[in-house]
Design a protein around this ligand. Structure first.
Ligand SMILES: C[S@@+](CC[C@H](N)C(=O)[O-])C[C@H]1O[C@@H](n2cnc3c(N)ncnc32)[C@H](O)[C@@H]1O
Length: 429
């Protein structure tokens, strides 16, 4: 008999097995043990599982004491994407819900994923395309790699290019192996228990790749949360923020002037990395963990507090020069963003902004200066240059926010029809 994922249980205690049901006994399987946890009846949770009998939609679950036989009526749902019954907390008042672990063992071409979230958000995950039609993830999690990982002094593991790369090269596309609701409701040790269940239910290779990731605190009591804190990316699903672990891109170290950019496609649950300036073979590939447009002391304290390292990248090392130019960057940006009649914005300002970004290696963030250049040229009636910079802004946004982003559509439309945009000749009026 195929045991399908459990979606609802109704439990009833009975004195003994003689219910007139015709039951066929099966060997104990993980699903029987899991059922004991997913029932709402507390007493049932801790019964030792000695046997499990199934018949149609009914499971008979009993303990060593024959007077403690429990019948569990199970409503199986063959369309559910979950490979195990949900493993749930009690009802949490503060959340007005339970939190449960959901696992799909074959997600993402076999790597699997576990999600720790509320039942209502789990339903939203289940409606996402990759759970309904795995073919949408074709080419994702692929082994065709132009990078490998190796240890670098003072940084731990790092992602290194195995070949020359150019701006715009699409480097990686991976699905998450663990997704965790950011609600901070459970006490730390309870949280760890549920997260361990989430990791234990993953296929062995996937579980190992999670457990091999870097840790900040090395506290064995909470190692799953330690790995989560050090390696997670944020993703919004069902209107709620979640932390997600993508083991391969988790090896990307930080640089305030990185040579790569990433975006998360929440509808396909896929993390993409693009190269943002030419990279030579064996060069480290980096992303930024923080906004580069903050003074160095703020970036450094954020990186120390959140990731436990002292940033010594080129921008942090040349702190005085960068912080000084940062003031110029912010000043020019506010001039270019000023659309009042007496604005002093010029096309030269826009070009100076691009120069400043490039001179400090901020190639991963050129969407902003290119966008300003497109609007500024358009506002002075130079449609040829407006189109050129709108295309560059669109390309930069695609690498940073993905092709579904609203601002990508905006730059595409200006590149197609600059004269239809409100900014056309705006500063010549
Ligand atoms: C997401 S992991 C990156 C991969 C990690 N190096 C590894 O060994 O798996 C984040 C951790 O890497 C280290 N790290 C990242 N960028 C760094 C940098 N620029 N300098 C020093 N350590 C860095 C820190 O320990 C940080 O907590």
């Amino acid at each position: 008999m195929k045991l399908l994922p459990l979606t609802r249980t109704i439990t009833r205690r009975v004195k003994h097995c003689a219910l007139g049901l015709s039951l066929v006994c099966h060997t104990i399987s993980p699903i029987c043990a899991a059922i004991s946890f997913s029932c709402s009846n507390d007493a049932l949770r801790w019964l030792a599982v000695e046997s499990c009998c199934t018949s149609g939609n009914t499971l008979l679950h009993y303990a060593s004491d024959p007077s403690q036989v429990v019948v569990v009526y199970v409503d199986f749902d063959s369309s559910s994407p979950w490979s195990y019954p949900p493993f749930c907390t009690p009802y949490l008042e503060d959340l007005a819900s339970e939190l449960c672990v959901y696992t799909n063992s074959s997600f993402g071409n076999g790597r699997g994923v576990s999600i720790f979230t509320t039942p209502s958000i789990a339903q939203k995950f289940a409606t996402l395309q990759p759970f309904r039609d795995g073919t949408v993830l074709e080419g994702v999690n692929s082994e065709r790699r132009r990078w490998h990982t190796r240890k670098l002094p003072g940084k731990g593991q790092a992602m290194m290019a195995t070949t020359k790369l150019e701006r715009g090269d699409h480097l990686t596309a991976f699905t998450p192996v663990l997704i965790v609701s950011m609600e901070k409701i459970l006490p730390i040790h309870d949280n760890e228990r549920f997260l361990r269940k989430a990791i234990d239910q993953l296929p062995p290779n996937t579980r190992s790749s999670y457990l091999a990731l870097s840790r900040m605190y090395s506290n064995p009591d909470v190692f799953v949360q330690d790995i989560l804190k050090s390696n997670a990316f944020e993703i919004q699903v069902g209107g709620k923020m979640h932390l997600a672990i993508f083991p391969e891109p988790a090896r990307l170290n930080h640089d305030c002037a990185p040579n790569a950019q990433y975006y998360l496609d929440a509808s396909l649950l896929t993390h993409h990395v693009y190269v943002t300036r030419p990279v030579v073979e064996d060069e480290e590939i980096t992303i930024s963990y923080t906004s580069p447009l903050q003074q160095t002391k703020y970036r450094q304290s954020h990186l120390m507090d959140s990731f436990g390292f002292n940033c010594s990248c080129s921008l942090c090392a040349n702190r005085a020069a960068f912080d000084n130019d940062l003031e110029n960057i912010n000043r020019i940006q506010s001039t270019l963003g000023d659309w009042a009649e007496n604005s002093t914005a010029t096309c030269e300002d826009a070009l100076e902004l691009i120069r400043l970004y490039k001179s400090h290696g901020l190639d991963s963030f050129l969407d902003l200066p290119y966008g300003f250049a497109a609007l500024t040229y358009n506002s002075f009636g130079d449609s040829r240059r407006a189109v050129r910079y709108a295309r560059l802004a669109g390309e930069a946004v695609r690498m940073k926010n993905g092709p579904a982003a609203a601002d990508f559509g905006l730059w595409e439309s200006i590149a197609k029809e600059p004269k239809s945009h409100w900014s056309w000749r705006y500063r010549l009026r």
